[in-house]
Design a protein around this ligand. Structure first.
Ligand code: ZN
Length: 1063
């Protein structure tokens, strides 16, 4: 049936648009309900039938309160087409995409009902009827249709903020209830406090918005048509706004997008960045927004400030060096807002602002210094002072000096460990709620009552290695998630060697597209923070059924190579699913002791008779020796190709029976460690070859682009200062010259040079083979032409994709077509971008969490009296007004200033003690000198000095460490004989203990006072301090990002832990 539909729409730019549409209505429109009696064509997500009601939100509710509908607890939500279209027209693309994602995400129990196409729910607009009234009537009519369509088996609740509608419709038909959002929440979701709080905060923000002033603070943005035309003609430039973290009020750069200026000829193509100076010119754009700028006349162009601002504050030093003027412009419009959730700090009481009615408007300060203050209306301004709160920006009108927002939830008091950890997670877009019931339902059961067993069909379909292969694992002591095992044996009377790598078969338990799969995909990795980790997969998999423990049957994905016993040439490779039972769960020290033929006890052999024990021991030792032999050969092969050995992990954690870290001790350089790593690299390499060959346009690989030569200048110059030549022409030359750059007097020199090499490196990244040319597949760090990640599917999603690709490739070899369609090149490329982003976030969060721990540790100490605040430091770079140092005891890197704002410089007295006196400073390439009335002092690259460490506190942002030189002599303390890493281990333990005490006190406070920190532990999944995993993970993470290399004043505190197998 054809009907004509006339829409009067208000576009998001405020223009009225009249649209006439021909409108086909039909009888059959899917209802997406499990209770359907009419045999609808319900493809995809379906609302369950066992709910107490379905809820149909009115247009106004979807437009203004979508965030509440996003709570996963809310089930059975029917979004009407009417409401979705209204969001699209009144809220713009960002909000509309948000709604679409909600509808697509199977973790959210909601569907879209095309009510305007359904013959019996469609209602034409009546003459004189306002658009709002008509829309509400449409939604009500849809609600009634559902009730009837499901034969009255399901109650329907329509929620609306229109009180007239409540009065008009609520008693019109039984089984269809019409209530306000507030009534709905308090009747159905009384316990969902977060939703109630969010409702209050949004409705308050909406009220405030109505009472806003009219005086203009900013120029109006231009309409999008004019922006687009201007970009095309070359008058305007499009780009992403990047605010300078250290000069957030003044400086922002527009980084232009190459794609936007393809039509505009040479002018914009030659332009790289545009400077936007000051708030008025920024015109309400927020860091990360896609904006359009117009250039100012050349006479008004300015330069960037190049010298670094002292500390991270924004105090002027009065002697800013400016670069030469660069293109400077102002924002004329915004194409895309990239607003996210921001953590802010509520100001102290005296700073709270105008009282209006019973709410207060406050200016909250975001934790990220690049984000402007956000104005929030709240009744809790007093209770929440000095608390960290998650907020969202709603709007930024030209009449308002600051953006308006509303609070979403309270994290806790600033400065407390849990609050700060959650802040770090949110600021890095890391969302790791506990696994939901629906996700856990998908998991296999393994309990004492119902022990998990190998399924007979799997025995039939897998290659069974249980009787034929001696499989064992070698991991750090105390490791519980064993995701890789090894085997080696001779074949054909000793002519061949067979090497095997067997990896947990995670994808057997996690089908593609399942809820667990989607969750793992969105997390992309396990997150390791200083004192805890957030797993990518539920524990039943990661610590149990996918952990290749000794003496139990496990599913695996295996690679088996047949090698010529003499030349070690590969003669055959086999890939596929297997069934294994690991015989030994060895740790590194034990394996090395066996190799050294030392007298040791293997726990698995303890119950055996001496004869049996000897035989088994000989068999195991022989296997380990064979493995070492093969690995040496593989390593030599890669070395010839130029593999880099950068700064290795030289500490490891010692765990006690409860898996607590008792100490960090320098890792003995055990060969067996390299042996295992080499086998894993080999497996990753061969799997990469296999999937690339089978799927040349849609395989997931990992590459490591060669570094840009200019980034090596610091390394080369610093090495030269010490008489070493570093050759960076190739990875092999670099590796060789780093090996030679050893100062026998000071082992730290080589370590610092390797650290600098690390900083110069680009980051290893995942990509889809269809998106890059073959030359770009190369892995610079490992010197391999193909590489991927296959060996850790428990904690990396990339490996799960690779397992699926490998399974599909093996199936194809057998003539079977893959069970699930593979991702296209474009889809896979998007996924790899997502995983790369998440890995960067994981790295940032990890770094921030370590910095947090360091600050919490030193905050408790008096730097003037506590000897642990004084430490040895080595100079690794020279700057205009100071030096950069590395403090090995705590792994801290940072600036030491030799000149302060008052014009005083550091001078050295007779005994090496340093003092501040009026004077001047002069920088040379390898040293820096200060001069004052009493003479000249010089500080040279690689000198050891003594620094005092204190905390630079910040109420609204992260605290930072302050390094102050107190002597130009090396620091020799009583504990200087201890391994350098002891300090770090004590540090984490102590901070955890303090935080626990503080949280106990807080709980006592909370039980007396108002509830404030109920969500404190929401994110936490694993409380075990797990520094070991942290260290291991750092080894796996890619190299430092390029940004860090450009801004070496960044505190890069764990770089010294960074082992750069670059895997
Ligand atoms: Zn139906």
């Amino acid at each position: 049936m054809l009907k004509q539909l006339i829409l009067h729409l208000k576009s998001c730019r405020g223009r009225k648009v009249r649209v006439v549409r021909e409108h086909y209505v039909r009888e059959r429109v899917p209802c997406f309900s499990a209770l359907c009696q009419a045999d609808c064509d319900n493809d995809g997500k379906v609302l369950p039938g066992d709910l107490t009601h379905y809820v149909v939100p009115d247009v106004g509710v979807v437009v203004d309160y979508l965030e509440i509908l996003e709570f996963r607890e809310l089930q059975g939500i029917v979004f009407t087409q009417t409401a979705c279209q209204a969001v699209q027209h009144s809220k713009g693309r960002r909000q509309y995409n948000r709604l679409r994602n909600l509808l697509k995400d199977p973790r959210h129990d909601c569907v879209l009902f095309a009510n305007e196409f359904q013959e019996y729910s469609y209602c034409p607009r009546e003459k004189g009827e306002s658009q709002e009234k008509w829309q509400t009537r449409c939604v009500y009519s849809a609600a009634v249709w559902y009730h009837n369509h499901l034969a009255g088996m399901m109650d329907i609740v329509m929620i609306t903020e229109d009180q007239d509608a409540v009065a008009q419709f609520s008693s019109l038909s039984s089984g269809v209830y019409v209530v306000s959002v507030q009534d709905y929440l308090s009747n159905f979701w009384m316990e969902l406090h977060a939703a109630h709080e969010l409702y209050n905060s949004i409705s308050q923000a909406l009220e405030e918005k109505e009472s806003e002033g009219t005086e203009k603070e900013y120029t109006e943005h231009l309409p999008s048509e004019i922006l687009e035309a201007g970009i095309k003609s070359g008058r305007y430039i499009q780009g992403v706004l990047n605010v300078n973290k250290h000069r957030a009020q003044q400086e922002a750069l527009i980084t232009t997008q190459a794609s936007s200026n393809k039509n505009t000829g040479t002018f914009t193509a030659a332009l790289r960045d545009v400077l936007v100076y000051g708030g008025k010119n920024r015109n309400r754009a927020v860091h990360g927004d896609v904006v359009v700028v117009e250039l100012l006349p050349k006479s008004e162009w300015r330069g960037k400030v190049t010298s670094l601002t002292e500390r991270q504050g924004d105090e002027k030093t009065g002697e800013d060096e400016k670069s030469k003027p660069m293109p400077t412009g102002y924002v004329v419009g915004i194409l895309q807002r990239n607003w996210r959730d921001y953590v802010v700090t509520f100001p102290p009481r005296e700073a709270t602002q105008s009282q209006s009615r019973n709410s207060q408007r406050i200016l909250a300060i975001p934790w990220d210094p690049r984000i402007p203050k956000i104005r929030i209306s709240t009744q809790q301004a007093d209770a929440l002072q000095d608390h960290r709160v998650v907020v969202r920006i709603d709007s930024w009108e030209s009449t308002s000096l600051y953006p308006n927002g509303h609070s979403v939830r309270v994290l806790g008091r600033a400065g407390e460990l849990e609050t700060e950890i959650q802040t770090i997670l949110i600021e890095n877009f890391i969302h790791v709620p506990p696994f939901s019931e629906a996700q856990l339902k998908e998991m296999p059961v393994n309990s004492p009552e119902k022990p998990w067993k190998v399924h007979p069909s799997q025995v039939a379909s897998r290659r069974d290695l249980r009787g034929t292969h001696l499989v064992f694992s070698i991991d750090p002591r105390g490791c519980e998630d064993v995701d890789d095992t090894l085997s080696v044996r001779t074949l054909d009377g000793g002519k061949l060697l067979e090497l095997g790598v067997h990896i947990a078969d995670v994808t057997h338990f996690v089908p593609e597209g399942s809820l667990t799969d989607l969750e793992a995909r969105s997390r992309a990795t396990t997150y390791y923070l200083a004192d805890r980790r957030y797993d990518m997969l539920p524990a039943v998999l990661s610590a149990d059924l996918c952990s290749l423990l000794g003496g139990v049957d496990r599913y695996a994905m295996s690679v088996l190579w047949e090698l010529d016993a003499h030349t070690l040439e590969v003669t055959k490779v086999w890939y596929g699913r297997t069934l294994i039972r690991s015989s030994y769960q060895l740790h590194y020290e034990l394996a090395q002791a066996l190799l050294n033929r030392e007298d040791t006890e293997v726990p698995e052999l303890a119950p055996l008779s001496p004869e049996e024990k000897d035989a088994k021991l000989a068999e195991l030792t022989q296997a380990l020796e064979m493995l070492t032999h093969v690995a040496r050969h593989l390593r030599a092969q890669r070395d010839r190709g130029g593999a880099l050995e950068l700064e290795g992990v030289e500490v490891r954690a010692q765990l006690d029976a409860e898996k607590n870290i008792t100490a960090l001790v320098p890792r003995q350089p055990l060969e067996v460690h390299e042996t295992v790593a080499e086998c894993m690299i080999y497996a990753n390499h061969w799997v990469a070859r296999k999937i690339q060959k089978t799927f040349p346009h849609q395989a997931l690989l990992r590459h490591h682009p060669p570094p840009r030569q200019e980034f090596f200048s610091q390394l080369v110059d610093s090495a030269k200062a010490r008489g070493f030549t570093i050759n960076t022409s190739s990875n092999k030359a670099l590796a060789d010259s780093l090996d030679r750059a050893v100062d026998p007097e000071d082992p730290l020199v080589n370590r610092m040079l390797r650290m600098m090499a690390t900083q110069a490196m680009s980051q290893a990244l995942y990509f889809s083979t269809g998106a890059q040319s073959q030359e770009q597949y190369y892995h610079y760090g490992l010197a391999l032409d193909h590489y991927t990640h296959f060996t850790s599917p428990i904690r990396r999603y990339a490996d799960m994709i690779v397992h699926r690709l490998l399974t599909a490739a093996v199936d194809l070899d057998k003539g079977l077509s893959p069970a699930v369609a593979l991702a296209t090149n474009k889809e896979l490329e998007e996924t790899t971008q997502h995983i790369n982003n998440k890995n960067r976030a994981a790295q940032r969060a990890q770094k921030l969490s370590i910095e947090l721990f360091q600050c919490l540790y030193f905050k408790e100490r008096d730097p003037q009296t506590d000897p642990s605040c004084v430490a040895d430091a080595a100079i690794y770079a020279i700057r205009d007004n100071g030096v950069l140092v590395f403090v090995p005891q705590y792994g801290v890197k940072g600036p030491v200033y030799l000149k302060n704002r008052d014009g005083e410089v550091v001078t050295v007295g007779q005994d090496g003690r340093c003092e501040w006196k009026t004077g001047s400073v002069k920088r040379y390439s390898e040293h820096i000198s200060t001069t004052c009335s009493s003479g000249t002092s010089t500080f040279t690259l690689f000198d050891h000095i003594t620094v005092r460490i204190s905390v630079q506190p910040s109420r609204c942002h992260a605290d930072s460490l302050n390094l102050e030189i107190i002597s130009n002599k090396p620091h020799k303390s009583a504990e200087s004989q201890q391994p350098h890493s002891q300090g770090r281990s004590q540090l984490v333990q102590e901070v955890v203990r303090q935080a626990e005490e503080a949280s106990q006190q807080a709980q006592e406070r909370a039980s007396r006072g108002p509830r404030l920190s109920k969500e404190e532990r929401e994110f936490c999944q694993s409380k075990t301090p797990n520094l070991y995993s942290l260290l291991e993970e750092i080894r796996e993470l890619a190299l430092m990002d390029v940004g860090a290399a450009a801004n070496v004043f960044n505190m890069n505190i764990y770089a010294h832990l960074n082992n750069n197998h670059c895997t």
